[in-house]
Design a protein around this ligand. Structure first.
Ligand SMILES: [Ca+2]
Ligand SMILES: [Ca+2]
Ligand SMILES: [Ca+2]
Ligand SMILES: [Ca+2]
Length: 182
């Protein structure tokens, strides 16, 4: 039989654990009570979102003083501004919210879900999937879906999309514009 003091200690531990859980789950509602759904500095992001998602100052519309309002920043450089990330429910500090190999902005462009790593539920992650059925995964440069400037396979990258130009030679050298007899 357990000693009464042991039993009391166990009860206390359980009570503390429950209290910690209640405190943790109460964080967001507490922010809402303090006006978490209001946009105090009118930068396009509500207070609660700034506190918990972008970690910007809800009372300063341009937290980093770079002349760009917090709602218009694209901190993770995925092509989506913070306001758009808030609307889409994507992570404003992660370029690839669902970690499937495709950036959030690219997923919206290509019609896949940036919050679902397997949008068509075929068991293959979106980045490895071959939506346009060209025999290549969608996060490879030889796939049309990855290219915003028309580049396919080649050596040059005229539009800096990290995918080579379509008409150029498949290897970086020799220069495809030079004559082989020159
Ligand atoms: Ca705000
Ligand atoms: Ca700013
Ligand atoms: Ca993002
Ligand atoms: Ca993604």
């Amino acid at each position: 039989m357990a000693h009464p003091i042991d039993r009391r200690a166990r009860l206390l531990t359980t009570a503390l654990a429950v209290a910690a859980l209640v405190a943790a789950t109460a964080v967001v509602p507490a922010q809402a009570r303090r006006g978490g759904d209001r946009d105090r500095d009118r930068d396009g992001l509500v207070n609660g979102y700034e506190l918990t998602m972008t970690f910007t100052d809800p009372a300063d519309r341009d937290t980093d003083d770079d002349g760009i309002r917090d709602g218009k920043e694209d901190e993770d450089e995925d092509g989506l501004r913070n306001r758009k990330e808030a609307k889409e429910g994507t992570d404003p500090l992660s370029a690839d919210s669902d970690d499937d190999g495709l950036d959030d902005g690219d997923e919206l462009d290509e019609g896949t879900d940036p919050n679902d790593d397997d949008s068509d539920d075929d068991g293959i992650e979106d980045g490895d999937d071959d939506v346009n059925d060209d025999g290549s995964g969608d996060d490879d440069c030889d796939d049309a879906g990855d290219d915003h400037g028309g580049d396919r396979i080649g050596s040059d990258d005229s539009d800096d999309d990290l995918c080579p130009d379509p008409s150029a030679s498949p290897s970086p050298s020799p220069d495809p514009t030079s004559s082989p007899l020159a």
